[in-house]
Design a protein around this ligand. Structure first.
Ligand SMILES: *Cc1c(COP(=O)(O)O)cnc(C)c1O
Length: 374
C-alpha cells in the first residue's frame, strides 16, 4: 500500500495509486512488444480524450520531464524572428520566456504581481502582432490559476498560436483544447496525471502542426515532431516503430494512471470532467482547512486559486523551518519557489490519486496543524 511514511504532498512527484505502482514494477517490456504497443496506443487515445484534442491533433509522449515538453513546444511551433507574448505569472512562465528567447523569438511579457493572475483583457490589450501566446495554466510557484479560456480567446482573435503549460493542471483543471481554441497543451507525467516522473506529454493542434511544417530550419532531430510523428502514429495504429527507445515501464504506469482518470464516475460526471470536479471540491476543502488554521494563501482571491496545490503564507514568526517540522510529522511538503517571495510561503500538492483519498488529505492538514502548534 502507499499509505507510506512520509506521505509525499508536494506539487509533483505525487503519491501513486496501487495499480500505477504495480504497473511500473514489472520487468520493462520491449518497445516493439505487443504489450507495449497496446499500452502506448491506449495512452495516446486517452490523451485525446483528457485534452479534448481537436480532430487532426497529434499527441506525443517523450521520455523526459515537463521542461522537455516545453522545449518541444518551443522548438516545433516557434520560429526565430517571430514574436511571442508570455503571460508571466511566476517561475515557469519565466522559464518559457527564456526558452523562446533562446529560440531567437522576440519575447514580450505581460506580468502579474506574485499571487495575482493576468486578466484576459490585459493580455488582449498587450497583443500587437504577436505570433504566439504562452500561458501557464497553474503557476506552481504561486498556486495561481490563469484564465486560459479568456486568454486563448483573446490570442485567437489576434491570430496567435496558443501554447499552454499544463504541467500542474492537465487532468485536474478544466481545459478542452478543441472547445477552448488552444494549440498546444503540454504536461509531465508526475503531476496531475498521477504517474511517476519521466514522461513529457503534449498534444499539438492542426494549427500547431502547420506552424511546424512552415519552419524554414528544422528543430534538433531528437525534438523534431517530424522524427516522432511516425512513431506516435504507428503506436496508435497498433504497429511497432522506432526512433528512440521509449521509457517503456513508465508508459505502462501512465496507461494505468490515464485509465483511472477516464474511469472516474462521480457526481453525475465521468472521466476527466469528474476529475476536474473532484479537484475543485478538494481544492476548496483544503483552502478552507488552511483558513481554519488561521493561515493566509498566496493567491489573491478564491477564484484564481489553483485546485491542484495550495500556496500558503507562513504566519508571523514562522519561516521555512516549518517545512522540516511538517516532515517530522510524516508529511513532505514543498517550500516556496517564486524568487520574489520564496522564503515567505510553502506549498502543499493535492492532485492526482490523493484527491480521492480524504484520509491522506486529512493527514496532511493534521501534520501542518501539529507543526504549527509545536
Ligand atoms: C513542474 C512544472 C514544470 C517543469 O516540469 P519538470 O517535469 O519539473 O521539468 C513546468 N511548468 C509547470 C507549471 C510545472 O509545474
Amino acid at each position: 500500500m502507499t499509505d507510506r511514511d512520509p506521505l509525499l504532498m508536494i506539487p509533483g512527484p505525487v503519491e501513486l495509486s496501487p495499480a500505477v505502482l504495480r504497473a511500473q514494477a514489472t520487468p520493462p517490456p520491449s518497445h516493439t512488444s505487443a504489450e507495449l504497443i497496446a499500452a502506448f496506443g491506449r495512452c495516446l487515445r486517452a490523451m485525446r480524450a483528457i485534452w479534448g484534442a481537436p480532430d487532426g491533433a497529434l499527441p506525443v509522449i517523450l521520455a523526459g520531464s515537463g521542461t522537455l515538453a516545453m522545449e518541444a513546444a518551443v522548438w516545433n511551433c516557434a520560429a526565430p524572428g517571430r514574436r511571442a507574448l508570455v503571460v508571466d505569472t511566476g517561475f515557469f512562465s519565466d522559464r518559457m520566456a527564456r526558452m523562446l528567447s533562446r529560440r531567437g523569438v522576440s519575447v514580450d511579457r505581460v506580468s502579474a504581481t506574485p499571487g495575482c493572475a493576468v486578466p484576459a483583457a490585459q493580455v488582449a490589450a498587450a497583443l500587437d502582432g504577436h505570433d504566439l501566446v504562452a500561458v501557464t495554466h497553474v503557476d506552481t510557484s504561486t498556486g495561481v490559476r490563469a484564465d486560459v479560456q479568456g486568454i486563448a480567446a483573446a490570442a485567437r482573435a489576434h491570430g496567435a498560436l496558443v501554447v499552454v503549460d499544463g504541467v500542474c493542471a492537465t487532468g485536474a483543471e478544466p481545459l478542452h483544447m478543441a472547445r477552448d481554441g488552444v494549440d498546444v497543451v503540454l504536461t509531465a507525467s508526475q503531476k496531475a496525471l498521477g504517474a511517476p516522473p519521466g514522461l513529457a506529454l503534449a498534444v499539438f493542434s492542426p494549427r500547431a502542426l502547420e506552424a511546424h511544417a512552415a519552419l524554414s530550419a528544422p528543430p534538433p532531430l531528437g525534438l523534431d515532431l517530424a522524427s516522432w510523428r511516425p512513431i506516435m502514429e504507428a503506436y496508435e495504429a497498433g504497429r511497432p516503430s522506432y526512433f528512440g527507445t521509449p521509457a517503456t515501464s513508465l508508459v505502462l504506469a501512465l496507461d494505468d494512471a490515464l485509465a483511472e482518470i477516464l474511469a472516474l464516475d462521480e457526481g453525475g460526471r465521468v472521466g476527466v470532467e469528474a476529475a476536474w470536479a473532484r479537484h475543485a471540491r478538494v481544492g476548496e476543502a483544503m483552502r478552507a482547512a488552511w483558513r481554519d488554521l488561521g493561515l493566509e494563501l498566496v493567491p489573491a482571491s478564491e477564484d484564481i486559486a489553483a485546485n491542484t496545490l495550495s500556496a500558503i503564507r507562513y504566519p508571523d514568526g514562522v519561516g521555512p523551518e516549518l517545512v522540516g517540522r511538517i516532515a517530522a510529522r510524516g508529511v513532505v511538503v514543498a517550500g516556496g519557489l517564486h524568487p520574489a517571495m520564496k522564503d515567505r510561503y510553502f506549498r502543499v500538492g493535492h492532485m492526482g490519486w490523493v484527491s480521492g483519498r480524504p484520509g491522506l488529505l486529512e493527514r496532511a492538514v493534521d501534520a501542518v496543524r501539529a507543526a504549527l502548534a509545536g
